[in-house]
Design a protein around this ligand. Structure first.
Ligand code: G3P
Length: 216
């Protein structure tokens, strides 16, 4: 399973990348706004900086919702760097646009997936990645990881090539369950990745080793 970090914060991206296990970055308009990135030029420069920091796929989301506008915006984003993946919402014009990008060699990430039916349509359009938002499904009282399992099963049976990018991760346990459920990628907040490091017995064990090492 690939690890992406889900943030537009450059310090967090650097910290995740320095671990040596990072395969890419996902952003969305909410994450960009949180970093105070405003205006087309600043947005483009921010994506360029991320692409220069991390050697992997970088999702940049379109803000348009009609076919022609999504295509124009997506072409501009894709021109920033070869690693840019154009992130397109799961709407009718989005599906049409994903098919167009697929036919024209531009990588895509179909975002805001909340059902297996949506995942099938996105795969049919040739999306490189599809992003089920499992944390938001959990927030509504459903089981997000179950959706990952269902999509993984359908894609395996049907031979669909889109990669399942588990998004809206809330904690380390989500990452572990996504790995078991067959996600190809997990995009996580930095805290959830760092949470995988933690176990109290590791801390106790290390303290004891360091204490005993003084007697060596
Ligand atoms: O990037 C999309 C997704 O990861 C959003 O997560 O926490 O806002 O539901 P969240």
């Amino acid at each position: 399973m690939k690890f992406f970090v889900d943030t537009a914060n450059l310090n967090q991206i650097k910290e995740a990348n320095d671990l040596g296990i990072l395969d890419g970055v996902t952003t969305n308009p909410s994450l960009m706004a949180k970093e105070g990135v405003k205006g087309e030029e600043a947005i483009m420069n921010h994506y360029k900086t991320i692409c220069e920091m991390v050697d992997g796929d970088i999702s940049a989301e379109v803000l348009s919702v009609t076919f022609n506008e999504i295509i124009e915006e997506g072409k501009k984003l894709a021109a920033i760097h070869p690693n840019i993946v154009v992130k397109v919402p799961m709407i009718k014009d989005g599906i049409k646009a994903i098919k167009w990008f697929t036919d024209n060699g531009i990588k895509t990430n179909c975002t805001l997936i909340f059902s297996a039916g949506q995942a099938i349509l996105a795969a049919k359009a040739g999306a490189t990645y599809i992003s089920p938002f499992l944390g938001r499904i959990d927030d509504s009282g459903w089981d997000g990881v179950q959706l990952i399992e269902e999509i993984a099963q359908i894609y395996a049976v049907q031979g669909f090539k889109s990669e399942i990018l588990a998004a809206s991760i809330r904690n380390p346990n989500h990452i572990i369950r996504c790995a078991a459920a067959g996600a190809d990628v997990c995009t996580c907040p930095l805290d959830s990745i760092l949470g995988l490091l933690k176990h109290p017995l590791t801390d106790i064990g290390l303290a004891k080793f360091l204490e005993d090492a003084k007697k060596m």
